[in-house]
Write a protein that binds this ligand. Structure first.
Ligand code: FES
Length: 119
């Protein structure tokens, strides 16, 4: 069990909507969407493009490499049955914290995947 580690201040993430941070040598892409913060591994599981440079559309981040679309909550890419690691994230005051416990699904989430639990 790891501790919560400060990833960034909330203000620059809220302003830019996406931000790459390095936490203990791990590159993490943070996204701010509809008042929520999501944290995924920055390096794409397909061929290594940076998700922090991707576009967010309908709850997914679209990788700039080959346009795989990863669910911001689960990391799952429906069309390829692959999962981008996601990190537990929380906001406390003006600080965003992550836990370096990446979660990777091995099966698709159920339609109501709001639990965020890996499958
Ligand atoms: S590198 Fe991300 S989809 Fe190919």
């Amino acid at each position: 069990m790891t501790d919560w580690i400060k990833a960034t201040e909330l203000a620059p993430l809220r302003l830019r909507k996406r931000l790459k941070v390095i936490v203990e040598n791990i590159a993490i892409a943070l996204f701010y969407v509809d008042g929520k913060v999501f944290a995924l591994a920055d390096i794409c599981v397909h061929k290594g493009s940076h998700l922090s440079q991707g576009l967010v559309f309908k709850g997914r981040v679209v990788c700039p490499g080959h346009q795989w679309a990863f669910d911001l909550t689960t990391g799952w890419a429906d069309q390829w049955a692959k999962c981008q690691p996601v990190f537990p994230v929380r906001v406390e005051g003006d600080v965003v914290y992550v836990k370096l416990e990446p979660q990777v699904r091995t099966s698709p989430p159920t339609p109501a995947h709001d639990s965020g639990e890996p499958g």
